[in-house]
Design a protein around this ligand. Structure first.
Ligand SMILES: Nc1ncnc2c1ncn2[C@@H]1O[C@H](COP(=O)(O)OP(=O)(O)OP(=O)(O)O)[C@@H](O)[C@H]1O
Ligand code: SF4
Ligand SMILES: [Mg+2]
Length: 324
């Protein structure tokens, strides 16, 4: 599988009234062509900042990015999205890389019909007439499983359900035939049944279009259902990565194990949550970031613990993970 996205030692610092926030402290991650990759971790670990950095969706006056984000363009050229010119980013954003967010209705205007909003997005990337754009929009709605797409195009967002709106946002995001779709918590606001349907839809679209997906979630069950590979993030760093099978069947970082135990499994057993504070976002971290909360911490954990190779594509940053 050819590499599509290669994030190298990404650091994101935010300048705030209270000081400098270390939002992302050094993340390296890859996405192959047509691959579905998850970034999973609890709230505040830096998932969204990582995803937004790929599209340059940050305030340049209050954010400092370092590292590299190399993306393989449709024309075969490699571009570093961190150092890319504004004009270049504009061409890539929404065209070669698209994004779907958790709250789809917020992205849509409540007073403009779905057809008009979709038409505008389609015309921004393709030189087509209004009637051709309408035909493309109808076909896209059909592709994302919307019944009676012709009728839905005439609706306002308020006349549709949350699940339908999320499908429409996905339809808009894929209208430019992107090579990479970034989905940030795309199903969190939906009920369990609709959530499962949207994940199934994303999986099918990825396979049909050879479109890679980078999905951001706090929920390991989303990763299980959808992804080929996963990066587990904690405090702005990667704690563990590998194929979903490697990480779920044989989690080696204590944080991954704690996170996996917090996935509801339909039983009434109490969810396990690691206690203790998260590392201070205004300070540098010495040693393992999970130290304060880890039930297995011991000698050596206070020193820097780099990611090490275990087997296959499996990596973990824990002194008790084994490996070389
Ligand atoms: N604009 C901002 N100003 C100040 N701090 C920010 C800003 N954006 C993010 N942060 C901080 O950076 C850290 C990482 O934020 P991020 O949004 O990436 O978290 P996340 O993993 O996506 O969490 P969630 O699951 O809650 O969406 C958090 O501590 C957050 O408070
Ligand atoms: S390195 Fe030490 S503190 Fe960190 S997760 Fe592993 S055992 Fe726990
Ligand atoms: Mg987020």
């Amino acid at each position: 599988m050819d590499r599509l996205l290669d994030i190298k030692d990404l650091k994101v610092n935010l300048f705030t009234a209270y000081g400098e926030v270390r939002g992302v402290r050094g993340v390296s991650a890859e996405v192959g062509e047509g691959e579905i990759v998850g970034i999973v971790g609890e709230s505040g670990c830096g998932k969204t900042l990582t995803a937004k950095s790929i599209l340059g969706l940050h305030n340049p006056e209050r954010t400092e990015l370092s590292g590299k984000i190399e993306f393989c363009r449709k024309n075969g050229g490699i571009i570093d999205l961190i150092s890319a010119q504004k004009g270049e980013m504009k061409k890539i954003r929404g065209s070669e890389i698209s994004m779907v967010l958790q709250d789809s209705s917020a992205a849509l205007s409540p007073i403009i019909t779905i057809g008009k909003q979709m038409g505008e997005v389609i015309s921004a990337h393709k030189k087509v007439s209004k009637s051709e754009a309408a035909k493309i929009a109808e076909k896209l709605l059909y592709d994302v499983g919307i019944s009676e797409p012709g009728t839905r195009l005439k609706c306002l967002p308020g006349e549709l359900s949350g699940g339908q709106l999320q499908r429409i946002c996905i339809a808009m995001a894929i209208s430019s035939e992107p090579r990479l779709l970034i989905a940030d918590e795309p199903t969190t606001a939906l009920d369990a049944v609709t959530q499962a349907q949207i994940l199934e839809l994303l999986k099918n679209l990825s396979a049909e279009r050879n479109m890679a997906i980078l999905i951001v979630t706090h929920n390991f069950s989303v990763v299980k259902r959808l992804c080929d590979r996963v990066y587990v993030m904690y405090a702005g760093l990667i704690a563990e990565s590998g194929s979903v099978k490697e990480v779920i069947e044989d989690p080696r970082h204590r944080y991954t194990r704690d996170l996996l135990q917090s996935v509801p499994d339909g039983t009434k057993k109490r969810l396990k949550a690691a206690s203790g504070p998260l590392p201070d976002i205004y300070s540098d971290i010495c040693g393992c970031p999970y130290f304060e909360r880890c039930a297995e911490r011991g000698e050596g954990c206070e020193k820097e613990v780099p990611l090490k190779s275990l087997s296959g594509s499996h990596f973990a940053a824990c002194i008790k993970a084994g490996g070389e």
